[in-house]
Design a protein around this ligand. Structure first.
Ligand SMILES: [Zn+2]
Length: 349
């Protein structure tokens, strides 16, 4: 049975410092509760922790893919959506500045109603988008508003949102270090850096042609337990239950981690990892933040399992047996041959 929310319930939420987003998406709002939410939106009053996403979602209760063209246009041009478009441009710029995207690659989407998403256009560099470039689509990828054509990779974002109801935002890009792991088919090893353990939950999806439903299916099959998916021979996609900046942070955390692991693997020394007990503490924090992880509930001995991790060839110079020793080991016949050729050349000149 659907929950009925009155204006008193909402006032109580705000009083106790809670987020209006904690109102279940399918709850029935009394007329005065609906006015209360609208007022919050119009005055721009934000309770602590509120984001434009929550304001947009209150407006979005009245809009769906079945709404009239006029209503959809009005929604698309409303103040909360304008703010989300600006956020997408900001995240696009950060992706480009950090070289996480190349050419027109990468795409971003934000869920703005039960069956509507705002997304980036095709054929525009993520570093140079304007709010008016954004597109509104339904969850099947049909474009409902916006003058530019939506990204061709939108299906993957929408399949994530359909499979994972908590996903409010998704980011896809090609950060070189993480993509290197995706190309090698190597899942980054664990138990090395706290930030990565708490905020990331990574898996690899096999390669399929970008933009196809098959690709989206393979990715979305992993999003129940993972918030960051390495797409083999392609790039990375992440989702967040908070907002688009949080989805972007998953990229920064993963890329910094892959880079650090690569450096550590080249130092010619075995890397130190945290103990299962230390990891357990981090997983507790992770669970309290509502971030998924397939290791919740595993036994201690299974927690820091890096069996699949094989550091690549490292450059280890053996100083004891360098140049002089190798000269001794050289083939005397070959040496004589080199000498003979050298003499001939010298005699000719
Ligand atoms: Zn891509």
């Amino acid at each position: 049975m659907k929950q009925i929310i009155s204006v008193h319930d909402l006032e109580e939420l705000v009083r106790s410092g809670k987020d209006l987003r904690s109102v279940p998406g399918d709850a029935l709002l009394t007329p005065s509760a609906r006015d209360f939410l609208r007022e919050h939106e119009a005055t721009g009053t934000k309770q602590s922790g509120a984001t434009p996403t929550s304001e947009a979602s209150s407006a979005a209760r009245m809009v769906s893919s079945k709404s009239s063209k006029n209503d959809l246009e009005g929604f698309f041009n409303s103040a909360p959506l304008q703010e989300l478009k600006v956020q997408i441009c900001d995240i696009g710029r950060r992706l480009w500045q950090r070289a996480y995207v190349d050419g027109n690659g990468g795409n971003i989407a934000i869920r703005v109603a039960d069956d509507l998403a705002l997304c980036t256009p095709t054929l525009i560099s993520k570093g140079f988008m304007k709010p008016q470039d954004m597109c509104l689509v339904d969850l099947e990828g049909n474009q409902l508003a916006g003058i530019n054509k939506r990204t061709s990779e939108i299906l993957m974002h929408l399949q994530i949102m359909k499979r994972q109801p908590r996903a409010v935002a998704t980011v896809h890009c090609h950060p070189p270090y993480a993509t290197g792991f995706a190309v090698a088919g190597v899942e980054p090893p664990t138990c090395m850096i706290p930030e990565y353990e708490v905020f990331s939950s990574v898996a690899i999806a096999p390669y399929r042609t970008p933009g196809t439903p098959e690709m989206g299916k393979l990715v979305s099959d992993l999003v129940d337990k993972h918030n960051t998916i390495l797409m083999a021979n392609h790039g990375v996609v992440s989702w967040s239950h908070n907002n688009v900046e949080d989805a972007y942070f998953k990229m920064e955390i993963l890329e910094a981690y892959c880079r650090t692991v690569l450096v550590a693997a080249q130092l010619g020394k075995p890397v130190n990892t945290m103990t299962p007990d230390q990891l357990k503490d981090l997983l507790k924090i992770k669970q309290s933040l509502g971030i998924p992880d397939p290791r919740f509930g595993l036994k201690e001995c299974e927690l820091c399992d890096n069996d699949g991790w094989r550091p690549g060839v490292t450059c280890a110079v053996d100083h004891e047996s360098s140049a002089p020793a190798s000269r001794e080991a050289a083939d005397p016949q070959a040496e004589a041959l080199v000498q003979a050729i050298t003499d001939q050349i010298m005699n000719r000149s």
